[in-house]
Each structure stands twice: as C-alpha cells, then as structure tokens.
Design a protein around this ligand. Structure first.
Ligand SMILES: [Zn+2]
Length: 191
C-alpha cells in the first residue's frame, strides 16, 4: 500500500465516521434523545413526565412508563391476558405476520400490544389498559381485543373505573378476528 492509497483509505474512514448515524437501537439504549433544541437527557425528560420543557412536545411513552406516572413506580398489578392463536389468516405481505409478531414481542417484551393493570389513584382503585406503539403500531388485533375485554371484565367485577390509553388503530392482519372476540366470549354480556 503506497502513501496515496493510505491517504484515500483514511479519507474514506473519516467520511464514513461523519456520515454514520445512530441506529434506532443506539438511540433506545442511550441516556439521550433529541427534541427541538437538540440532545436532551432522557432523565430530564422523564422528570417532566416525558413532555419537552421547551416546545411542549409529548414524547412517545410505553405502557409501563405511563402506569409509573399514573400509579407510582411499579405500584400496580399487571394481568396476564389470554393470547388467541397467532396469525389466523396466515397473512404475508412484505413479511409474514408471524415474523412481525415475533419481532414485536422481542422488541417490547410483551405478548401483545396492550397491557392491563390495576392500580390506585387518590385511594380509588382503577383498572387501566394502555397500548404500546412499538408493538406493531399498537394496532388492535385479536389479542389486543382480548386484553381490552379482560380489562373491562375486571372493572365490572371489581366495580372500578376503567381507563383506556390508546395509541393505535386497527389491524388488517387479523381481519375481523379482533371484532369476533367480543361476539365469541361472554365477557360483558348480561352484566
Ligand atoms: Zn422540544
């Protein structure tokens, strides 16, 4: 390698270092995130309930972060909700739905995109559900329908208020199965 190729290689290294952008994973694992004025410590954002003190942007938060704010850190009971059969339509588009579910579960540590808990606010017991946008955009498939109904059933049986924090919309991968859940089960009828 002569001096010219050495210089060219060094230049390429500098160029790639400058252009290398942080991956989503790098950002997720970092103590920092960014907002209107550039980098901001996640710790500072958390102290302000994940709302930017400068521009008032509400940063995206996960169900546990939301419940920590509502009920106090880890001061709530998380329920295991029924998980129906995965991928009833055997759906594939650019990727198979089974693979999408697998990576969403790995990414979030949740079985479905909706978490159901029970906690206390001002001495009032509350049943609450919240969805996680990182789980397939918090879309409502059959499992999320089951979780939602589980929460309602729990609220009825325990005579608590029911609080729902939604973060997404419908899910085409399960077709109408998310709606079938409500017809199929005796969650709320006759109550
Ligand atoms: Zn901001």
């Amino acid at each position: 390698m002569n001096w010219i190729t050495k210089i060219i290689k060094a230049g390429e290294k500098i160029k790639s270092a400058i252009h290398k952008r942080a991956s989503k994973e790098d950002i997720a694992n970092s103590d920092w995130t960014s907002c209107c004025k550039g980098p901001i410590l996640k710790k500072d954002l958390e102290e302000n309930l994940w709302v930017c003190p400068d521009c008032n942007k509400h940063h995206r938060i996960k169900p546990k972060q939301r419940f920590d704010i509502l009920f106090g850190k880890d001061n709530y009971e998380i329920f295991q909700t029924p998980i129906p059969k995965d991928d009833p339509l055997n759906w594939t588009d650019s990727k198979s739905y089974k693979d999408r579910l697998k990576s969403a579960r790995k990414k979030t540590g949740m079985d479905c995109g909706m978490m159901v808990v029970s906690g206390v606010i001002n001495n009032i017991k509350i049943t609450a559900v919240a969805s996680d946008f990182d789980f397939l955009g918090a879309s409502m498939a059959a499992a999320e329908g089951e979780a939602f109904l589980y929460g309602i059933q729990h609220a009825i049986e325990n005579k608590t208020p029911f609080l729902c924090v939604s973060a997404g919309g419908g899910n085409e991968n399960d077709g109408k199965f998310d709606f079938f859940v409500s017809n199929d089960k005796d969650h709320t009828s006759n109550k």
